[in-house]
Every structure is written in C-alpha cells, then in structure tokens.
Design a protein around this ligand. Structure first.
Ligand code: NAD
Ligand code: TDX
Length: 345
C-alpha cells in the first residue's frame, strides 16, 4: 500500500501556462488547506489572465522568475515542501527554430530547481515530462515506463535530459522525486500554437487549417483535467524515483480531429490545407497507463464529449485567444507557416 503524503506549501513552476494554470486551480480545489506559490517567467506562453480569478486568494501568490535564475528560485522556494515543475519550452516546432532556449529551460532550469530543492529539504519534487521522450511508436503497441528513451526532436531530447537530471538527484542526493509522462493534452487555456486550439481558432476565423504532411499521424489525446488529476495523484502517492505514464486512451488521426472540429463549428472541409511536413515528425505516440491506474488514476476517456466541450470553450472565450493571436503569435505564425507553404497575412 502506497502512503499518501500531504503538503503545506507547493511551488508550481510554469503555473501561468496551459496545464500549469489548470493544475493550480485543481490543486486548490482538491486541497483547500494548501498554499500555492506560482513561479513563472511569463514567456509568450505564460498568461496571468488564466489565473486572474485567484487574485486576492490568501492561499495563492505569484513570483515572476526564470527557473534557471538560482537566486530568484532560492528565494521563492523558502518554506515550500513540494515542487511541481511544469515550466518548459513546450512546442516542438519552436524547438526546430530555437533549440538553445529549450536546453536552458528544460535541462538547465530543471537542474537549478533540483539544486534548490535539495538545499531547502523539499520533501517531494515532481517533474512534468512527456510521452515524446519515448520517441514514436509507429507500428502499434504502447510505451511502458521501463522502455528506453529515444527522443527524436530537440524538445523531446531536452525533456529527456531533464528526466535524467531528476534521476541523478534521486540516486546521488536521495531527493524524493517522481516523474509523469503525459500524452498530448487539450482543453481550455491552451496557447493556440498547439494543434487542437490552432485548428479551432483558425476555423472560427475562417482561416485555413494547416495539416502537416499527409495528416495521418496519430496522437493520444488527454483532457487537461485528467492530466491534472494524474499529476496530483503521483505527487501525493507516487513511489520515489518512479515515472508514470498519463495517457488519455484516445488515439486519433490528426486529419480526423481537424474534420471533427470543422463539423462541430459548421465549417467546410475545404478549409483543410496539407502543408510541408514537420522535419522528424513522430508518426504516433501511445502509452500504457496500467502503472498510474494501479495507483488509483481514472481518466474520463470520452474524447467526443471533451473535444466538443473544448471547441465550445474557445467559441465562448474569444477575447482570451484573440488577444494572443494579435500579438507575438502573429510573428510566430508567419515564421513557421510561411516556410511550410501557407499564405500568411
Ligand atoms: P505552456 O507552453 O503552455 O506553458 C509553459 C509555462 O512555463 C508558461 O507559463 C511559461 O511562461 C513558463 N516558462 C517557460 N520557460 C520558463 C522559465 N525558464 N522559467 C519559468 N517559467 C517558464 O506548456 P504546457 O503545454 O502547459 O506544458 C506544461 C508542461 O507539460 C511542460 O513541461 C511540457 O513539457 C509538459 N507536457 C505538455 C503536454 C502538452 O500536450 N501540452 C503534454 C505532455 C507534457
Ligand atoms: O499546425 C499544425 N499542424 C499539424 O498537422 C500543428 C501545430 C501540428 N500539427 C500536427 C503535428 C502533430 O502530429 O498535429 C500533431 C500535434 O502537434 P502539436 O500540438 O504541436 O503537439 P506534439 O508535437 O504532438 O507535442 C505535444 O504533445 C507532447 C505538446 O506540444 C508537447 O508539449 C507534449 O510534450
């Protein structure tokens, strides 16, 4: 029987991002006596609007800092007994343009957090990792936690590097750390560079939906709240030094997902545009989740309902994503998509 831990003050790094902000809400709902310290650099992907409802809540505080800044992290970690690290450069396409930034945050930043956690006697460290560390599994079957890591792009290589550093601190310093490897996550507050929110928001704007290559790549979709529930369970009950897969059990072909989005919004399939493929594009990810389920994780598998809810959220919350799309995003879109043959502007 695995013991359930409790904490008083949890540092959530990257808490202004997509999954991190959903997790901060989840954590305070599930554990109303906890304090949460959000540490976030507020890169293009960080958005305090996603946490605005917590302003004034005495349990919540926010520190703007880079996880690679030793002094700032040292100060922010005072009094924290757990750290959950969501902070990362997280978009594969951006790692093809600027891999250096990914090494700084996803490898070096993890090291800075681990060092601080060791010095402060943090009782539990949870590193948020990804199914991409396994590399792709094109022929059917599922990755299990003991499989060799074979990352195939700079993002996933950096995430695998972060995992290695976590393992080093478990082995050499006895740090109580755990790892989760989530699959493709979707839901409210996701930056619209990622596939599902990009397809939804482009459709709402009557813009073309860029499909990389043949569009027959497969992803396993995990609803963000299920991802948060898995993270929370592993934080409280995971065994030291172990990694846990968190997959949604919703394997789908990209092109089909895009068509479902168009159908829900009543938009024509003629908006689909096959464009130049992503270099080194992983064809398929799939995770065995038996280990997390043995711990008590129960994801809600109904992709149709959850995708429809997500589409409706983006349709109802247009100011949230329109503010993003009018800013830094426009430069990113021109840089990434013009090179793939999309007419931009
Ligand atoms: P996101 O890009 O939406 O958010 C990342 C957050 O981290 C942002 O708030 C950003 O400002 C912050 N950040 C970036 N660099 C930082 C730094 N150096 N210091 C402090 N803060 C920094 O990412 P997401 O999709 O919410 O992903 C969160 C985590 O989950 C990442 O570690 C990612 O690798 C992992 N993950 C994501 C998915 C997915 O499908 N989105 C799936 C599996 C795992
Ligand atoms: O414009 C697009 N067209 C397209 O066909 C984009 C942005 C994506 N795609 C394809 C590429 C992938 O096969 O859709 C699929 C999903 O792409 P992304 O949303 O970029 O996700 P992916 O590369 O699969 O990585 C995601 O899952 C693992 C997250 O971004 C990572 O942070 C996570 O670790």
């Amino acid at each position: 029987m695995t013991a359930t831990r409790t904490f008083t003050r949890v540092m959530v790094t990257g808490g202004a991002g997509f999954i991190g902000s959903n997790y901060v809400h989840y954590l305070l709902e599930r554990h109303p006596a906890y304090q949460v310290v959000v540490v976030d650099k507020l890169t293009y992907a960080g958005n305090l609007a996603s946490l605005a409802d917590l302003d004034g809540d005495p349990r919540y505080s926010f520190v703007r800092a880079d996880i690679a800044d030793e002094a700032a992290i040292d100060a922010a970690m005072q009094g924290c007994d757990a750290v959950v690290n969501f902070a990362a450069d997280s978009h594969v396409d951006r790692s093809l343009h600027d891999p250096g930034g990914f090494i700084r945050t996803d490898v070096h930043g993890v090291f800075v957090l681990l060092e601080a956690a060791r010095r402060h006697g943090v009782r539990r460290f949870l590193q948020i990792s990804t199914d991409e560390v396994y590399g792709h599994f094109p022929q059917g079957g599922e990755s299990v936690e003991t499989d060799r890591l074979r990352p195939r792009n700079p993002y996933s290589a950096a995430k695998a590097g972060g995992e290695m550093m976590v393992n080093a601190y478990v082995e050499t310093h006895g740090l109580d750390a755990v790892i989760t490897r989530g699959s493709n996550t979707f839901g409210p507050y996701q930056y619209p560079e990622k596939f599902i929110p990009l397809m939804i928001t482009n459709a709402l704007e009557d813009q073309p939906l860029p499909i990389y290559g043949d569009g027959l790549q497969r992803r396993d979709w995990l609803y963000v709240r299920d991802h948060c529930a898995g993270v929370d369970l592993v934080l409280h009950r995971g065994a030291t030094g172990e990694a846990y897969n968190l997959g949604g059990g919703n394997e789908a072909v990209n092109l089909d997902v895009a068509k479902r989005i168009l159908d829900r919004l009543g938009k024509p399939h003629s908006l689909l545009r096959h464009v130049g493929d992503r270099p080194g594009h992983d064809r398929r990810y799939a995770l065995s989740t038996a280990k997390a389920e043995a711990l008590g994780w129960e994801p809600r598998h109904d992709f149709s309902i959850l995708l429809a809810e997500t589409i409706d959220w983006y349709a109802a919350n247009q100011p949230w994503w329109r503010a993003i799309k009018s800013g830094e995003f426009a430069d990113w879109y021109a840089k990434n998509y013009a090179a793939r043959g999309v007419h931009v502007g």
